[in-house]
Ligand binder design. Structure first.
Ligand code: FM0
Length: 330
C-alpha cells in the first residue's frame, strides 16, 4: 500500500491560457499568468495497492462515474509510469468551496492529485517536475503548485513547459479577488472544448496570440512596479480579448450571461465612481473582481447592493500545494 495526501488552492489567471498546441501533453499556445487564491481548495488522498482491481474516484464522498474517473485514471497512469509502480488506486477528493458555489476547479483538483501521487509513489519531484506532471492533468493546474503570482511559461516541449513563481516582494498580500457567483442553466462548454474549438475555427485566434504575448509583458512590468492600475487594466482587457475569440469561432459561443454583463457593468460603474477594481472571467459565467485589500471591504459592500451575499466570496492570495499527513490505513 502506497499512500499520499495533498492540498492545493485554485488560481485565477490574470493573463489567460487559451488554446493548446499539443492536446496529449497539454502544451499551451501562449504563456499565462495567475494569482493563487486562498478561498477555494481541494484535498486529495490517494492509495495505490496490489489488491485493487481498478481505479476508483470519490469526489465529495460520492463515487464518480466512468467519465469522471477516466480523467483521473489517465493522470494516475502518467504517475504510475513515472514511478514504475503499476497498481490501481483509490482516490478521495474533497473540494472546499464556500457556500453552494458549484465551482468545481480542475486547477486545484489536479494539482492536489499530482501532489498526492508524488508522495504516495515516492516520486520525490522538484516543484518544477511537479508542475510539469500537474500540467498533464489540466493545464491551469501547473500554476497551482505555487502560491502568489505565478507564470506558466509555454515552452515548446514536455520538458520546457511549466510554471514558476514570480518575484513580487509579497505584493500579492495587498490584493484581493471577489468572486461573483452567477447561476447558469445553459448548456456548458468546458474550457477544454471551448479553447479547442477556438483554436481550430476562430477568425481572431492569431490576434489573440499576439495580444497575449504583449499582455504578459505588461503584467510582469505591473507586478514588478507594484502598479495596481496597470495590472488591473491588462487583466480586464486580456479577459475581454480571450472572450472575443469565442464569438468569432464557428459555431460561435459565449460564456457570458445577462448576469455576467450586469456584474461587468457594475465594475465599470464603480470605477467611474472612483473605486479601484477590475474584472476577469474564465470559461463560465462567474465574474471575479480584482482589487486592493485595503479597498476590498468597501467594494464587497458595494457589490452586495446588486448581488446577495450568498453569491459573493472574498479571496486573498493563497499558498502553493502542500503535503498532508495520511491517516493510518483504514
Ligand atoms: O485558467 O484542458 O486548465 O488560464 O480558465 O484542463 O488544460 O481547465 F478562462 C479559461 C483553463 C482555462 C484560463 O483551462 O484546461 C486559465 C481558463 P485543460 P483548463
Amino acid at each position: 500500500m502506497h499512500n499520499g495526501k495533498a492540498r492545493a488552492f485554485t488560481n485565477i489567471a490574470l493573463i489567460k491560457y487559451w488554446g493548446k498546441k499539443d492536446q496529449q501533453l497539454i502544451l499551451p499556445m501562449n504563456s499565462s499568468l495567475s494569482l493563487t487564491l486562498d478561498a477555494f481548495y481541494t484535498e486529495t488522498s490517494v492509495s495505490f495497492s496490489k489488491d485493487y482491481t481498478q481505479d476508483l474516484f470519490y469526489l465529495d464522498g460520492e463515487l464518480q462515474d466512468e467519465k469522471a474517473t477516466q480523467k483521473v485514471s489517465r493522470f494516475l497512469q502518467l504517475a504510475r509510469e513515472q514511478a514504475g509502480i503499476f497498481e490501481h488506486a483509490l482516490v478521495y477528493s474533497q473540494n472546499f468551496v464556500p457556500t453552494a458555489a458549484g465551482l468545481a476547479s480542475s486547477a486545484s483538483g489536479l494539482a492536489a492529485l499530482a501532489g498526492a501521487c508524488n508522495d504516495a509513489l515516492g516520486l520525490n519531484l522538484s516543484t518544477t517536475e511537479l508542475s510539469r506532471l500537474a500540467r498533464k492533468g489540466s493545464g491551469s493546474a501547473c500554476r497551482s503548485i505555487y502560491g502568489g503570482f505565478v507564470e506558466w511559461k509555454k515552452g515548446h516541449s514536455d520538458q520546457s513547459s511549466y510554471a514558476l513563481p514570480m518575484a513580487s516582494n509579497h505584493w500579492e498580500d495587498d490584493l484581493a479577488m471577489i468572486f461573483i457567483l452567477i447561476n447558469d442553466k445553459a448548456k456548458k462548454v468546458s474550457s477544454r472544448n471551448g479553447m479547442q474549438q477556438t483554436v481550430e475555427t476562430s477568425l481572431y485566434y492569431d490576434d489573440w496570440l499576439k495580444a497575449a504575448d504583449a499582455d504578459i509583458k505588461k503584467a510582469q512590468e505591473a507586478i514588478e512596479n507594484h502598479d495596481f492600475h496597470a495590472l488591473g487594466q491588462v487583466t480586464e482587457t486580456n479577459c475581454l480579448k480571450m472572450h472575443a475569440t469565442t464569438l468569432a469561432a464557428s459555431p460561435p459561443f459565449t460564456y457570458w450571461t445577462p448576469d455576467s454583463l450586469k456584474a461587468m457593468n457594475k465594475v465599470y460603474a464603480m470605477r467611474d465612481a472612483g473605486q479601484d477594481c477590475y474584472f476577469t472571467m474564465d470559461a463560465g459565467p462567474n465574474v471575479k473582481v480584482l482589487c486592493q485589500k485595503k479597498d476590498s471591504q468597501k467594494i464587497y459592500e458595494e457589490l452586495q447592493k446588486e448581488f446577495p451575499e450568498q453569491q459573493l466570496v472574498m479571496a486573498y492570495a493563497g499558498k502553493g500545494v502542500e503535503s498532508l499527513e495520511t491517516e493510518v490505513a483504514k
